[in-house]
Design a protein around this ligand. Sequence first.
Ligand SMILES: Nc1ncnc2c1ncn2[C@@H]1O[C@H](COP(=O)(O)OP(=O)(O)O)[C@@H](O)[C@H]1O
Ligand SMILES: [Mg+2]
Length: 271
Amino acid sequence: MLVVHDVTKIFGQNIAVDHASFVVDRPAMVGIIGRSGAGKSTFLRMMNRLTDATSGEIRVEGRNILALNGTEKRAWQSQCAMIFQQFNLVPRMDVVSNVLHGTLNRRSTLASMFNLFPQADIHKAIDILERLGIAEQAPKRAEALSGGQQQRVAIARALMQDPKIILADEPIASLDPMNAQIVMDTLRRIHEEDGRMVIANLHTLDTARRYCDRVIGMRAGRIVFDGTPEQLTTGVARDIYGADESFSEASTSTSLETLETAAYREAMLTT
Ligand SMILES: Nc1ncnc2c1ncn2[C@@H]1O[C@H](COP(=O)(O)OP(=O)(O)O)[C@@H](O)[C@H]1O
Ligand SMILES: [Mg+2]
């Protein structure tokens, strides 16, 4: 389904991504981990063509998406929605309008200028908000919501595009542990229920272990680990993070475990 072949990105003297290759043969939930500067964001930005690769290929269902131009490139960009650490919502605009902005790429400039949305899209937006448990927030300004709610609005906006792949760049790095868990549960659910591939850059080991089927470890632009959460031992993690003997798992933990109860998860998924 996804073949990353020998992808490199060079900024001046600096190799941000260094001959990266990996294959994902089904719509898995993939976590990319590594310390700051390892090349995680650059990789996601190449995937959805926010930045051009220096060399290499990324094949999705056989097509090299790095070679697409014009209309085809824009079509690809709407098939791989991106979610960011800082949510990237329009703060003063209401929640529904923020979600509807996920359809901007397929509406005319004039309709966009006057904020004219088809009824069908408005219904779809509200259905998605309902699914993510935040429909009652729909008329509020985005800035009035908590961080966890704002990130769910960003996920709703991504779903408006009906993407094949959801790319998430540190989606929980600005959230407290409780909201981090709600957002990760939401991504996992979208993956399981819709069969969409999710690729998330994660700054904590425990989150990757807990939510992902597959973990890619990057260090200084290179892929130094590619395996299952079970294979991601402390020794491997130490290698990925380039840490010495003093490396501790706690330093890369979001301590979600303290909130772990089945009842809690259940409640969050049904509200
Ligand atoms: N636009 C850019 N111009 C120059 N260097 C960049 C740019 N974006 C990222 N880099 C460099 O590329 C490397 C990888 O960065 P990044 O992909 O942001 O890593 P990560 O997301 O893992 O923290 C870093 O050394 C960073 O300084
Ligand atoms: Mg980054």
